[in-house]
Write a protein that binds this ligand. Structure first.
Ligand code: SAM
Length: 346
């Protein structure tokens, strides 16, 4: 009996502690930016003057880092950028990530966020490589308005074909994220709800955050959750849906007939920092513990110096432990983060 207890105990001791920060939050969600290049110049994100600013790591280095994170309890990986579909080696990366396992031996939840411009050709290969699901950013369902936002002619038609290709390839669910910005696209709320109903995709409205290269953000530029709910309810009676998980960022709605799903992500007016389970890796291998961090943590530096996986894991643990309690958007003395969204990885 004592021998059995000993072996159970040593198995428990050998089992790695899952990543947790000093506020007690379990960190299970890793976002990896694989490039900060982008083929769109969305007016609320990029100035249009700056191109790529930070380096890209070889695909194998992202993979090694992802493996170390998985060994620390990460269960979900989202590839992002910049525009991840621009990155050579993406399919190989997805194929290899698919082979990773969580600490419980399950497959990782593998997702990707894209502007959808190259998705028509890439959707089926991504699915075949093992991608589970996809989020497409799309800020208007009016073709002219969309091209004005992305500053790329013909972009709406391309992205729409990409969304349909993703559905046809069996990527599920397909989510469409729309950042609402007053004076640009707040008139798109109801058309997006109709889009969700007609195309069978989940639409999510996101409040605009002060993460742009330029200086556009003001509290007034934010189209707040309350206003989005009112606009949706003016179209048809709205029904609140139960959350999928405690750490879910979106407040979910459908209509009285159950057709369509709209989520609202309200980091500004209803911050969800208390449930944050995320950590980010930038294209140049820096860890960012919050979108609004004032500094990053050079994980790649540890690799460059020949660090072992155990040393990488120890660095990750120390860094994640210090994750910020919350952001301070809208408070006096708020400082913009040291990188803008496109250079962090959204
Ligand atoms: N290129 C990919 C795409 O378009 O989805 C991935 C990177 S992009 C930076 C990720 C997401 O961040 C997009 O949905 C974009 O709309 C969103 N985003 C960019 N700037 C933002 C801001 N200031 N506030 C809220 N969301 C923002």
């Amino acid at each position: 009996m004592a021998a059995v207890l000993d072996s159970i105990q040593s198995a428990v001791i050998a089992r790695p502690e899952r990543l947790r920060d000093k506020h007690g939050r379990a960190i299970t969600d890793l976002r990896i930016s694989i490039t900060d290049r982008c083929n769109y110049k969305c007016v609320y994100c990029r100035t249009g003057n700056e191109g790529a600013v930070y380096a890209e790591l070889p695909i194998g280095d992202y993979l090694r880092i992802a493996g170390v994170f998985a060994g620390l309890g990460i269960e979900k990986i989202r590839l992002t950028g910049g525009e991840p579909l621009l990155r050579r080696g993406l399919l190989e990366l997805v194929r290899e990530l698919r082979r990773l396992r969580t600490l419980d031996g399950a497959e990782l939840d593998l997702a990707l966020t894209t502007n959808g411009h190259l998705l028509e050709e890439m959707a089926a290969p991504l699915r075949d490589a093992g991608l589970s699901r996809i989020t497409v950013s799309m800020d208007a369902v009016d073709a002219e308005k969309f091209a004005r936002i992305t500053r790329v002619p013909g972009s709406y038609e391309k992205v729409l074909r990409g969304i349909r290709a993703a559905k046809a390839a069996g990527l599920s669910p397909v989510k469409v994220n729309c950042v609402l910005l007053r004076g640009f696209n707040e008139d798109q709320i109801v058309p997006f709800a109709q889009f969700s109903r007609e195309e069978g995709v989940i639409v999510r409205f996101i409040e605009f955050m002060p993460l742009e290269e330029d200086r556009l953000w003001t509290p007034e530029s934010v189209v707040a959750l309350k206003e989005i709910v009112e606009a949706l309810a003016s179209y048809r009676p709205l029904v609140r849906m139960a959350p999928n998980a405690a750490s879910e960022t979106a407040v979910r709605y459908t209509f009285d007939d159950g057709v369509g799903e709209m989520g609202i992500i309200a980091p500004v007016t209803q911050a969800f920092c208390g449930h944050c389970s995320r950590v980010r890796l930038t294209s140049d291998g820096k860890i960012r513990t919050c979108l609004f961090s004032q500094s990053d943590h050079d994980l790649y530096g540890v690799m460059e110096r020949g660090g072992s996986d155990a040393e990488l894991a120890a660095f990750i643990r120390r860094t994640v432990e210090q994750k910020e309690a919350r952001h301070h958007i809208g408070e006096p003395g708020f400082l913009k983060p040291s990188r803008s969204m496109v250079h962090i990885g959204g």
